[in-house]
Design a protein around this ligand. Structure first.
Ligand code: CA
Length: 344
């Protein structure tokens, strides 16, 4: 039979080991917890509703402490875009996020399925018209000027109009730097849903690029930070929205309503392609485990066609999992409910 002393010593040893293990676990968890990614989100939200899914993902990541949304900016002059962004920011309890818009007449791409008009009519929002939103480039400059050097991720899921205008901008009251210098100093990376690789393995004409090809040409040539591209063929295969609209416990959600209206209008029973959601997912969580990268370079022709050329300027996503498995995870994030739901 062991002596009392032996038992006490043995217990102390066990307790000490347990405490050490606990301390190790705590420090490991702390090391694992990353700081939220500061993001400026640029969208053409109207012509398609994957932008709605992308905004839902972004706010979900903000609720989880993985993203900090610095500004939400429209690159589409169509009348519903700033109010739509306001509806979604308000729904997720962040009505204070600055909203910008290009103060130009083009690009102007409407909302054929009328989902934007439906959620603007049905949900509270501060920005009632595009004229109430801030001019896009001045908002970019104002926000970037106050951020830590090399910290900001820009997610672009629309046209390159604002980004080209930002590069071309000159000193103003927010910064003495040119737009290109300001981007170089403050931006960590640009993640964009744009371009594609067609059946010839080389060329494609993708909407976000060809709507304003001149701006895309400028950004692809002069943008001074790393660029990640989610090409057309990536999001095309990832279908989401059906589980969302069939999720009965989700009520009074502009995200669900937008998908419901649009899917019905399109007579779509399989789900919408998740182009823009892939850009947000990659920008915040990185490529793994869903995607891998391939390094390549591209040139944008005057008509907006992209052509692969020798070089390694861009990180280009490639699928690393079955699209259905990626869709399941994306849709789960799209079904996240706001933690600060506003009163209706
Ligand atoms: Ca888009």
């Amino acid at each position: 039979m062991p002596s009392t002393n032996y038992l006490l010593n043995n217990m102390n040893l066990k307790s000490a080991s347990l405490i050490l293990l606990l301390l190790f676990a705590i420090s490991f968890c702390k090391a694992q917890k990353r700081n939220p990614v500061p993001v400026i989100f640029d969208t053409d939200i109207a012509g398609d509703y994957d932008d709605v899914g992308a905004m839902a993902l972004l706010h979900t990541f903000a609720d989880k402490g993985e993203a900090k949304i610095l500004a939400t900016i429209s690159c589409n002059a169509f009348e519903t875009t700033a109010p739509t962004i306001s509806v979604i920011n308000t729904y997720f309890g962040r009505p204070e996020i600055p909203i910008g818009i290009l103060k130009k007449s083009k690009p102007n791409k409407d909302c054929p399925q009328q989902w934007a008009q439906a959620i603007i009519a049905g949900y509270p929002h501060n920005i009632k018209s595009n004229s109430q939103a801030v001019e896009a480039v001045s908002l970019y400059r104002k926000v970037l000027a106050t951020q830590t050097d090399g910290s900001v991720t820009i997610i672009s899921v629309g046209f390159f109009t604002n980004l080209a205008d930002l590069l071309r901008s000159g000193a103003d009251k927010y910064s003495s730097l040119t737009g290109e210098q300001l981007v170089k100093q403050k931006v960590k990376k640009l993640v964009s849903m744009a371009t594609g690789i067609g059946t010839d393995g080389k060329t494609f004409s993708e909407y976000n690029v060809n709507v304003d090809a001149a701006s895309a040409q400028e950004v692809f040539k002069n943008w001074p930070t790393p660029i990640t591209l989610s090409g057309f063929e990536i999001g095309e295969k990832i279908l989401t929205g059906i589980r969302l609209v069939n999720n009965y416990p989700i009520q009074n959600s502009p995200i669900k309503d937008a998908f419901q209206v649009a899917l019905e209008k399109d007579k779509n029973t399989v789900g919408r392609n998740s182009w823009d959601e892939t850009a947000v997912l990659t920008a915040i969580r990185g490529a793994k485990p869903y995607f891998t990268y391939r390094k390549l370079d591209m040139e944008i022709k005057d008509d907006g066609t992209n052509v692969i050329i020798p070089g390694e300027r861009f990180l280009y996503l490639q699928l690393a999992m079955e699209p259905a498995a990626i869709a399941k995870d994306i849709e789960q994030l799209m079904m996240h409910q706001p933690i600060k739901k506003p009163k209706r």
